[in-house]
Design a protein around this ligand. Structure first.
Ligand code: NAG
Ligand code: NAG
Ligand code: NAG
Length: 446
């Protein structure tokens, strides 16, 4: 309506355009000053924390390097300590230093060394400044300015600019407690370097999250075990397909319905990091007899009934398509499976993880080879499902599995404060800090 009126009264259009061009120019200059101006200098303690950056810069080779292949080397450089056990966001059961785990401080004395390249440590102040006040990638709109502009184009274009300058940049972790573990690691790293206030914020259904006010950057965690929605199910007195197969109770798993906790996340966040896997191999909750997973699609039971492994495939297919549709603008990562390290039995069979050094490559194969079908075999099996589902999608794979397979020393074990050893989550600070190094590097490569 307003636009049509502007069209009718010719002379003011020219005047308006001149004003808009002036404002746009100012915004352009302003944004360049922001993006190319000197980064806020880190506090002295952070400067000490960063290794000489030239050590890590080696263009050419880095893109072709496989960051999953390498070895953990001992490195006494104190820069490897990214944050202390006083970071408030560390869940009690993962705070191995406070809990007095004997090797807790040694966990961060190992550095992942890929063969043929380096994995630089995430630089918190650089990370914060890079994502300050801008939607990633939107700035390139300036150079796509059409030579001849209609007023419509111009107004569209103008709204994009102002959007890019005022919108909150945000990253969302979506997944199970292992993704929360990675989220906490990132928050603790950034907190240590951030100037200004860090406010609690739980956007778009998030379980927890923070806004780094000075940078307009939000980092949030959306809790979801299977990605898809599931609820208790019990047989109806009126009968039905599952009832006639003899099912009395279980869980209804809707493979085509995203969990409420994150359904809005793809639309909200600029960067998304997904995971799922552990709960699909959790017979204590989804007991095949007592409480089986019963898969539904389009509101109806899938028949014949699917095994959890097959259910995972269908759920991944639907959820990947959903995220691609709703989060078209977002940078999408899928993190691969985090390995567990139970020895001498599974978690509920007295299994433990008392090692104080990373495994050797031979030990890694003994633990995780699919052929050996050991206690922790699901690690690589999950990845086979993920890789198949992600092929041809717009997701980038954040492959943390192999590097983490070595780190049998990095779990809370008895320090987790549970009745059994925790050989699944990771001590913080610890191994997931390196996952975030990989994330920061992947973002740099975009
Ligand atoms: C990188 O290394 C990992 C671990 O050995 C392997 O699974 C993966 O296939 C490799 N990726 C490429 C692109 O070669
Ligand atoms: C930060 O984001 C909010 C919400 O989009 C916006 O109102 C505000 O202007 C932004 N702050 C700065 C300094 O750009
Ligand atoms: C792997 O081991 C588990 C438990 O020991 C067993 O139930 C399962 O049948 C085995 N799978 C294969 C493919 O051998």
């Amino acid at each position: 309506m307003a636009v049509r009126e502007i069209y009718r009264r010719k002379p003011p259009v020219a005047a308006l355009l001149v004003i808009l061009v002036c404002i746009a120019s100012l915004l352009l200059i302003f944004s360049f000053l922001q993006s190319s101006g000197p980064a806020v200098s880190p506090r002295p303690e952070d400067r000490a924390e960063l290794p000489g950056s030239s050590k890590w810069e080696d263009p050419g080779e880095v893109r072709s390097c496989n960051y999953s292949e390498g070895t953990w080397v001992r490195d006494s450089n104190p820069s490897l300590v990214r944050y202390g056990n006083s970071c408030k966001e560390i869940f009690k059961g993962w705070n191995c230093i406070s809990a007095g785990k004997s090797n807790a401080r040694e966990i961060t004395s190992w550095r992942w060394q890929p063969f043929g390249c380096n994995l630089p440590p995430l630089e918190p102040s650089r990370f914060l400044n890079r994502y300050r006040n801008s939607k990633i990638g939107t700035i390139s709109q300036f150079f796509l300015l059409p030579a001849t502009l209609s007023i419509h184009h111009f107004l569209d274009f103008f709204s994009q600019i102002s959007f890019s300058l005022s919108s909150v940049s945000s990253a969302g972790f979506v997944g199970d407690s292992l993704n929360r573990n990675m989220f906490v690691s990132l928050v603790c790293m950034l907190r240590r370097s951030a100037s200004g206030e860090v406010k609690k914020l739980r956007p778009a259904g998030a379980d927890r999250g923070f806004n780094f006010v000075d940078y307009n950057l939000t980092v949030a965690y959306h809790r979801t075990n299977l990605l898809v929605r599931y609820t208790r199910w019990s047989a109806s007195a009126n009968g039905g397909a599952l009832e006639s197969l003899g099912y009395k109770q279980g869980y209804r798993v809707d493979v085509d319905v995203p969990d409420q906790s994150w359904a809005e996340a793809p639309n909200f966040h600029d960067i998304l990091i997904f995971n799922t896997g552990h709960w699909w191999w959790a017979p204590s909750k989804f007991d095949p007899i007592e409480s089986p997973m019963l898969f539904f699609e389009g509101g109806k039971p899938i028949l014949p009934v699917l095994s959890p492994e097959d259910g995972l495939d269908v759920a991944l297919k639907h959820m990947i398509a959903y995220v691609e549709r709703v989060g078209r603008h977002a940078i999408k990562f899928f993190r691969t499976q985090s390995p567990r390290h139970f020895e001498g039995g599974d978690w509920n069979e007295g299994g433990s993880c008392g090692r104080t050094e990373p495994l050797s490559p031979q030990q890694v194969e003994e633990f995780f080879s699919v052929e050996k079908n050991g206690t922790n075999v699901e690690t690589r099996v999950v990845n086979e499902h993920l890789f198949r589902a992600l092929e041809g999608s717009g997701f980038r794979v954040l492959d943390v599995t192999h590097m983490s397979e070595f780190r049998a020393d990095g779990h809370p074990a008895a320090a987790g404060g549970k009745r059994h050893d925790d050989c699944m989550h990771w001590c913080l600070p610890g191994v997931t800090d390196s996952w975030n190094d990989l994330l920061a590097l992947a973002l740099d490569f975009l």
